[in-house]
Design a protein around this ligand. Structure first.
Ligand code: ADP
Length: 353
C-alpha cells in the first residue's frame, strides 16, 4: 500500500517536451486513470513511474520515498501491458509463479501461491495449459495474476484491455476493478478511452499535450469540466459546443443556433456547452432547428440536428420518435441547471453566477 506522487515531473526528448512539469497525487489504495488523446504523454508518465524511462526533471515518490534513481525491480511496482508478454513455454501456473522465482521463494510455496491467485482469477481449471491454448481475456488474466502474486505496492496498467474484443473488454475491466478493490493496492491505469476511464476510476487525470488538464472524480469532471477540451473529451455522444451570445434567456449563434437558456445571464461573447442528454427538443413547425438524422440505440436515440450551419446532437427517449422524424422542425432548450459556459478566448470554464 502506498501513495504515489509526481512533483513537477518532466520528460524531454532532445528539445521536445513530452511531459511538462506535471504534479499528480495518486492516493493510497485508489485506482487512478490517466486518460487523454494519443500522444499526450500518458504512457511516458507511467513508464517513468515504473522506472522504464529516465526522468528529465522533478521527483516521483512512492510511499514517501524518491524513486528517481531506483531500478524498476527496486520500486515495488508491477506492470501489466497491452501485449500480455507471457512465457510461451511455461504453463499458466508457472507464468503466474514466475515473479516469485526471482525472489527465490521455495518452488512449492511459489506454485501454491500461484494456484491461489489462479483460483481467485477464475483460472483454477486452466493452470496446466500453455498461453497459446487460452483466449485473449484469459491470457490477460494470467498477466494480471503475475502482477498480483508479488503483492506490489503499486500496480501499473498500460492500456491492458485494448487487445480484447468489446465484450471481453467490459468483462475483464469489471474483474480488474474487483481485484484492485479487494487487494486495495494503489493502481495507475493508462487508457485513451474516456469511457473506460469514466467507468473504472476512483480518480481521473485528464492529460493534454504533456500537461494535466483536469483531475477529479469522474462524476465531478463530467458535471463540471474546466475547459472546452475536457468537456468534449469526456462523455459520449460529445458535448455540443457553440459560440455566440446570450440575451433575454436565449443563446443565439451567428451560425444559426437558437437555444432557450432560462436564467442564464446576458453575455456578448461566450462558448456554450450542452450535453446531448440536456438538449431538449420540442416539435414546432416554426422551430429554428431541423432533425437531420436519427440513430436508434434501443431505448434511446441520438437525434442529429441542423441549426443553421451548426450540427447539434440530442439524446431522447425512443418513444418520442413518433413525433420527431427526419425533417421535423424543433425548438431547442437547455435543461435548467445543465448549461456549461466557457470563455471564448481561453476556453476555460466561466465561474457560475
Ligand atoms: P500516450 O501514451 O499519451 O499516447 P506517449 O507517452 O506514448 O503518449 O508519447 C508522448 C509523446 O512522446 C508522443 O508524441 C511520442 O511521439 C513522443 N515519444 C515517445 N517516445 C519517444 C522517444 N523515444 N523519442 C522521441 N519522442 C518520443
Amino acid at each position: 500500500m502506498a501513495e504515489v506522487r509526481f512533483n513537477k515531473v518532466r520528460k524531454e526528448y532532445g528539445s521536445t517536451v513530452i511531459v511538462d512539469d506535471v504534479d499528480i497525487v495518486f492516493p493510497d489504495g485508489s485506482l487512478t486513470v490517466l486518460v487523454g488523446p494519443s500522444g499526450c504523454g500518458k504512457s511516458t508518465s507511467l513508464r517513468m513511474l515504473a522506472g522504464l524511462e529516465e526522468i528529465s526533471g522533478g521527483e516521483i515518490l512512492i510511499d514517501g520515498r524518491v524513486v528517481n534513481g531506483l531500478e524498476p525491480k527496486d520500486r515495488d511496482v508491477a506492470m501489466v501491458f497491452q501485449n500480455y508478454a507471457l512465457y510461451p513455454h511455461l504453463s499458466v501456473l508457472e507464468n503466474i509463479a514466475f515473479p516469485l522465482r526471482a525472489t527465490k521463494s521455495r518452488r512449492a510455496d511459489a506454485l501454491r501461491r500461484a494456484q491461489e491467485v489462479a483460483d481467485s482469477l477464475g483460472l483454477g481449471a486452466l493452470t496446466s495449459r500453455k498461453p497459446k491454448d487460452l483466449s485473449g481475456g484469459q491470457q490477460q488474466r494470467v498477466a494480471i495474476g503475475r502482477a498480483i502474486i508479488r503483492q506490489p505496492a503499486v500496480f501499473l496498467f498500460d492500456e491492458p484491455l485494448s487487445n480484447l474484443d468489446a465484450k471481453l473488454r467490459v468483462e475483464t475491466r469489471f474483474e480488474l476493478m474487483q481485484i484492485q478493490r479487494r487487494l486495495g493496492i494503489t493502481a495507475v491505469y493508462v487508457t485513451h478511452d474516456q469511457e473506460e476511464a469514466m467507468t473504472m476510476s476512483d480518480r481521473m487525470v485528464v492529460m493534454r499535450d504533456g500537461r494535466v488538464a483536469q483531475t477529479g472524480r469522474p462524476d465531478e469532471i463530467y458535471a463540471r469540466p474546466n475547459s472546452v477540451f475536457v468537456a468534449t473529451f469526456v462523455g459520449s455522444p460529445k458535448m455540443n459546443i457553440v459560440r455566440g451570445a446570450i440575451s433575454d434567456g436565449a443563446f443565439i449563434s451567428p451560425t444559426g443556433s437558437r437555444l432557450a437558456v432560462a436564467q442564464a445571464p446576458a453575455r456578448d461573447a461566450v462558448v456554450l456547452g450542452v450535453r446531448p442528454d440536456d438538449l431538449l427538443l420540442t416539435a414546432n413547425s416554426g422551430g429554428t432547428a431541423r432533425v437531420a438524422l436519427i440513430e436508434l440505440l434501443g431505448p434511446r436515440a441520438i437525434v442529429h440536428l441542423d441549426a443553421g450551419e451548426d450540427r447539434l446532437t440530442s439524446v431522447v427517449e425512443a418513444d418520442r420518435l413518433s413525433e420527431l422524424t427526419v425533417g421535423t422542425s424543433v425548438d431547442l432548450a437547455v435543461r435548467p441547471g445543465a448549461l456549461h459556459l466557457f470563455d471564448p478566448q481561453t476556453e476555460h470554464r466561466l465561474p457560475e453566477v
